[in-house]
Ligand binder design. Sequence first.
Ligand code: SN0
Length: 317
Amino acid sequence: MKHFLSVDDVKNIDALANQALEYKTQRFKDKASGQGKTLGMIFLNPSMRTRMSTQIAARNLGMEVIVFNLDKEGWQLEFADGVVMNGDKAEHVKEAAAVMGQYVDILGIRTFPGLVNRKDDYSELVINQFVKYTGKPILSLESATVHPLQSLADIVTIKESFKEKRRPKIVLTWAPHVKALPQAVPNSFAEWINAWGEADFVITHPEGYELDEKFSGHAKIEHNQDKALEGADFVYVKNWSSYKDYGKIVNSDPSWTFTNKKLAHTNDGKVMHCLPVRRNLVIADEVLDGPNSIVVQEAGNRVWSAQAVLRELMVNS
Ligand code: SN0
């Protein structure tokens, strides 16, 4: 694996998820492999789970870790080519990325979309400039359009929670929010579940929240949430802003909040969310505090998933 930017970098999803589950029972089994290696992690946006779980994963492999909150503590970076840098941006990504490439063996980057210009966000300019100029493997810690470390942990969680000899039904449902959020988590979840190919997959959202078909693929789209939830073994709840009317909140219907009444339509479905989750807006207390929520288990699995990915980047890059 040369870089980890999306599901396209993964040869075999099941093998990678199984490696993660192996690390869950034997976290230090490859402790020697990262000896003398350094992971750099730069943040252009907030993070809790990704930041902590990836650091722990790197340490489990014997790596050193440097964390840099570039948004708050670094020079403002210029990403565009050929501009006169007479504004507030002090350094170009060409130098910044190349220098970091001298210091670390793998570089992780978190960058959210601007949600203003769809073309810019969907070109993944920021992370691609790092790919171009760092000269080392790049690890996505969530980029403008995808969150692959999250999606791998989601598949790991589904695999370890589902023991029946049939295909699970997985439903990705939109839920309301007060802020315009990226499409990265649902895009990524959809493309990983599609690529995995081991589930019956339905996406449900109010009209206007259609995801880019590059990610939603052949998933069944159902605008009636109750109908979509029928017989679901897993429900992935997430808000996202519109892709069509880019970055806009086009509907915030509170009847889409995930409650026990919604859960009753499922097949005793397990409820997932990447977190952070706003209680009683996205998911009701009664669900998050009830027996069907696996959001904490899911977040716990971020460690083992990141560890499997880091190992691949070290061994096979
Ligand atoms: C981010 C998102 O992509 O939806 C990160 C998820 C891992 N979530 C938020 O920005 C939530 C912000 C909020 O105010 O609730």
